[in-house]
Design a protein around this ligand. Sequence first.
Ligand code: IMP
Ligand code: MG
Length: 185
Amino acid sequence: MDHEEIAEDLGSIVVTQEQISVRIRELAAHVHEDYKDQDLLLVGVLKGAVMLMADLSRALPRLVEMDWMAVSSYGYGTRSSGVVRILKDLDGDLNGRNVLVVEDILDSGLTLSWLVQNLRSRGAASVEVLCLLRKPSAVKVDVPVKYLGFDIPDEFVVGFGLDYAEQYRNLTCVAALAPHVYEQA
Ligand code: IMP
Ligand code: MG
């Protein structure tokens, strides 16, 4: 797909590249302050959190370990199925660790609430959540997001790690996907 074709698939820009980078640096400063002199393990949720993890971890003026999990709740659709499967588990042990889950977006909240419970059950000393985007639907569920990037409208968005059918992850901003793209699918 070339740039013109990509532009046709997108609606408005929801969060600009500049807004994202400023906000990630602010969040990193909060995280740094809260975990001063403490162990910290960042757990990224593949694949959507890759860009966020890369920028957040490098904005932290300290060393951190990173581990990754892949879970599936969507398949190829645009709504959560509610059934969460582990596609790739963590490489390391969580016993006694301070875990910060790094996630791209909170929509129904089904994925994160399941994930937080799952990680807590593995003996972590603490489990907190950092999430770049939150949709209005997430207000209904009880997922404690300690560090939030942006509240966004209830639209399907892509870019900065977020995909539709594995496309658009490498856009540098977050943009709404034009409905004609998923309505024809
Ligand atoms: P939830 O379980 O409904 O909260 O969905 C969380 C997961 O669904 C996220 O980690 C994303 O991978 C995906 N997701 C939710 N909303 C969007 C969106 O607007 N664009 C792309 N992926 C999304
Ligand atoms: Mg995801």
